[in-house]
Design a protein around this ligand. Structure first.
Ligand code: 2PG
Ligand code: MG
Length: 412
């Protein structure tokens, strides 16, 4: 087994132009694993803290001062690397070293191991003999924390080509709907600037329902039946609207407020009307009971926790106990280390919680999450549709079609 011979880090920028950390791990003096940490804009209250004292430089300093603790460890020994990071951290939310450091070190280590063993990363992370492609879930229209005033309050309108039989077709279909939506938006508003949000979805001046209607129209213009071959999804990211003092969801762009009950009705109406295959964080991050209501009401929709479950296995257990979701987002940097995220995935899979491995709105051009999606048996891979940092993940899926260990699409 290859051993870590060097570990170094540097400060780089993510796709939003914010500073982040990149880590290089070399095993046996020649196998390089290189990973740059992403970061979110709509961050869950209970996510791992990204950087020590909010400063990438402070996390990097910790790596530099402690690099010797990693030298000589087997790069495939994720558990020991995880433990070494946790000994340095001494907290339960990675505020001691920064979750971004745990993210980059653990993934760089296994990437280096995969090169040393001449095996693809996904097969290093799983003992399965065969794998299935997750369906790409792509952002076609952005609002909320990912786009400016005038855009919808809801954060993301997503599409999934759930009728596709191949990953090539699923990716091509998402791209064609994204392109068609631009035409629909230009027709609706001749002054539409073609502006896009943080994840590459169009960012038009539209109210929530109008944005959903036009997204459905783009799908139908291409000859698809909404909810059949191609479906819509929504990340409500409702914690952005939730006002804890008023105990209300404030939709200030559309100009209304929802009580908790009204929010369930608001989300239900959207799920029904647009035949959503996927509904993420339809209520705020601590509303476990309201999520249970939606999960019971919509068994055929992936009622998904993101800020609700924050890739934290203890919180997921709580959601399982209260039947608060039937699907969950997996974002490694919410958890901190890849080891934490794989434990979360195991718990989800044991309990029939469907996984969606996801990017962050501030991304790098890395593509390891495509492998993590495969290895965790994710049903979907939420990585956007256009923009270099988004396409990088889709292109990696296309490269992986050359691999005979992967056959067919996941069952949704
Ligand atoms: C989300 C993500 C990714 P962010 O809310 O699901 O789409 O956004 O990275 O800003 O949390
Ligand atoms: Mg989300």
């Amino acid at each position: 087994m290859a051993k870590i011979s060097s570990i170094e880090g540097r400060i780089l920028y993510n796709s939003r132009g914010s500073k982040t950390i990149e880590v290089d791990i070399i095993s046996d003096e020649k196998f390089l694993g290189r990973v740059c940490a992403p970061s979110g804009a709509s961050v869950g209250k209970y996510e791992a803290v990204s950087f020590k004292n909010g400063k990438p430089e402070e996390s990097l300093k910790i790596l530099k001062e402690n690099s010797s603790k990693f030298i000589g460890l087997e790069s495939s020994d994720l558990e020991t690397i995880h433990k070494t990071l946790n000994e340095l951290d001494q907290t339960n939310n990675y505020s001691g070293i920064g979750g971004a450091l745990a993210f980059a070190v653990t993934i760089a280590a296994v990437e280096s191991a995969s090169k040393a063993e001449s095996r693809p990363l996904f097969s290093i992370l799983s003992n399965e003999k065969s794998f299935k492609f997750p369906f790409p879930l792509g952002n076609i229209l952005g609002g909320g924390a990912h786009a400016g005033p005038g855009t919808p309050d809801i954060q993301e309108i997503l599409i999934c080509a759930n009728g596709s039989k191949t990953i090539e077709d699923a990716i091509a279909t998402n791209l064609s709907v994204h392109k068609e939506l631009r035409k629909v938006l230009e027709k609706e508003d001749p002054n539409f600037t073609n502006g896009r949000g943080d994840e590459g979805g169009w960012a038009p001046k539209l109210e929530n329902h109008k944005a959903l209607e036009l997204s459905a129209k783009a799908i139908e213009n291409l000859g698809y039946t909404l909810g059949k071959e191609v479906s819509l999804g929504v990340d409500f990211a409702s914690s952005t609207q939730w006002n804890e003092e008023k105990k209300k969801y404030i939709y200030d762009r559309a100009g209304f407020e929802n009580s908790s009950e009204e929010q369930i009705d608001f989300a239900s109406e959207i799920i029904d009307k647009y035949k959503l295959i996927y509904a993420e964080d339809a209520v705020h991050e601590e509303a476990f009971e309201d999520m249970s209501e939606l999960t019971a009401k919509f068994p055929n929709t992936l009622i998904t926790g993101d800020d609700l479950t924050v890739t934290n296995k203890n919180i997921l257990q709580k959601a399982i106990n209260s039947k608060s979701c039937n699907a969950a987002i997996l974002k490694v940097n919410q958890a901190g280390s890849l080891f934490d995220a794989l434990e979360f995935a195991e718990l989800a899979n044991q309990n029939h919680i469907r996984l969606i491995t996801s990017h962050r709105s501030g991304e790098s051009t890395d593509s390891q999450i495509s492998h993590i999606g495969l290895a965790t048996k994710s049903k979907m891979l939420k990585v956007g549709i256009v923009g270099g940092e988004r396409v990088a993940k889709l292109n990696e899926l296309l490269r992986l079609t050359e691999h005979d260990l992967i056959c067919g699409m996941a069952e949704l």
